[in-house]
Design a protein around this ligand. Structure first.
Ligand code: KG4
Ligand code: ZN
Length: 377
């Protein structure tokens, strides 16, 4: 048994959590959305100040809610990157101070790895969920889709990763947020776009299909944002940007973003040899009709990151997996975090990742612990 206090201050949320092995006992998130709303994005110096004020009460609340004390902790985990340097600094400083005061080990966590593993967190209490989630079938493909990242990561085992694709410019959530800002939807806009899209009529706007001519598993969303910006300017000029048009635009934009992810995910599943990064070319895909669909080595898919909360994205992935199963006979399970709170930035996923590192005895040297704003997986 290990009891871990986890801290995340990578961006604009101050979060603390307590985990008993993989089980989340408490997960407190102090959001700064109200502070950054007026800027339409995160303002680093204000984020730092808010972390300074919010982190200590957040940690105390996490301890109280889980009925834990500092003394009984086995380790303290903290995000060291990637993220905003001034924000990371506050979490690391607190973790060091607490580790010193209570003589605890420190575990340094990569925020992207934590998003990737977030579907494995166990809910305190639900036995059926526990049994299903605890069973892992490697290799898995982790898809991390957030405001800062859009990555496909092959997980050979926990701690052994190979990034096979990523966005070459904006992240998917960033694209939704930037277009949301142009439409004055508030920040962050992803969940608002999801709600608006439900009221939209499909196919009014035809967004360009990005990355389909690139023979790799990378993504690109900045072209969709530019296309939306021009579209919105035109509609405003023609005084046609009414409520229904915004709903329609939200739906077509959301589909364009997700369909690109689905397109590349399908190519990943159809790759003749994923380990060798082989991209299925057009001639190869033609033969698939004859029934010789490659059996991917991927056994399950883990979806994490703020955008993973989106129900349409989950549905699109599930329907692709069904289609693949029909073609190949292979069933691939989709695992998502057990609550929406675990999709966005939160410390529970940091604590979960720390649990695996604790088992491997991967502890950080307190004097070497430093922020790594550009850390990659
Ligand atoms: O993981 P996260 O909290 O922070 C980063 O590490 O980036 O992700 C935040 C992102 C924002 O871009 C936000 O608009 C998006 O996740 N998001 C959503 C939804 N909820 C949050 N995007 C689409 N649909 C949602 N329901
Ligand atoms: Zn994040």
């Amino acid at each position: 048994m290990s009891k871990i206090l986890a801290i995340d201050t990578s961006c604009d949320d101050s979060s603390a959590a307590i985990l008993n092995n993989e089980t989340v006992l408490s997960n407190i998130v102090a959001s700064q959305n109200q502070i950054h709303k007026k800027f339409g994005g995160v303002f680093p110096t204000l984020a730092k100040q808010a972390h300074k004020e919010n982190l200590e009460p957040t940690i105390l609340m996490a301890l109280q809610k889980s009925k834990s004390t500092f003394e009984e902790l086995d380790a303290i985990a903290v995000t060291t990157g990637p993220g905003l340097a001034p924000a990371l600094e506050i979490g690391i400083g607190f973790a060091k101070e607490l580790a010193e005061k209570y003589q605890k080990k420190i575990i340094a966590i990569n925020h992207i790895e934590a998003h990737a593993l977030s579907p494995l967190a166990l809910n305190n209490g639900k036995k059926s969920h526990k049994e299903k989630t605890a069973k892992k079938n490697f290799p898995a493909l982790a898809i991390v889709i957030s405001g800062g990242h859009s990555e496909f990561i092959l997980v050979n085992e926990i701690g052994k990763y190979k990034k096979i694709g990523k966005t070459i410019d904006d992240a998917a959530g960033e694209c939704l947020d930037k277009v949301g800002r142009l439409l004055n939807l508030g920040y962050p806009a992803g969940s608002i776009i999801e709600q608006f899209a439900k009221k939209g009529h499909e196919g009014k706007f035809v967004f360009p299909k990005a990355m389909t001519d690139q023979k790799n598993f990378n993504l690109s969303f900045s072209g969709l944002k530019t296309y939306a910006r021009n579209l919105i300017a035109d509609l405003e000029k023609q005084k046609k940007l009414d409520k229904q048009t915004i709903f329609d635009l939200a739906l077509d934009l959301q589909n364009a973003v997700f369909d690109q992810i689905i397109y590349k995910l399908e190519r990943i599943l159809l790759s003749p040899n994923l380990i060798k990064d082989e991209y299925p070319d057009r001639d190869f895909l033609k033969h698939l009709k004859k029934g010789n669909v490659p059996i991917t080595e991927i056994n399950e898919i883990w979806l994490g990151g703020g955008v993973a909360a989106n129900i349409t994205l989950r549905k699109k992935i599930r329907s692709l997996l069904k289609k693949y199963q029909k073609q190949s006979g292979k069933k691939i399970e989709l695992k998502v975090p057990y609550s929406k709170k675990l999709c966005g930035d939160n410390a529970a996923m940091i604590g979960l990742t720390a649990y695996f590192k604790y088992q491997r005895k991967e502890f950080a040297q307190k004097n070497e612990l430093d922020r790594k704003p550009n850390l990659e997986i």
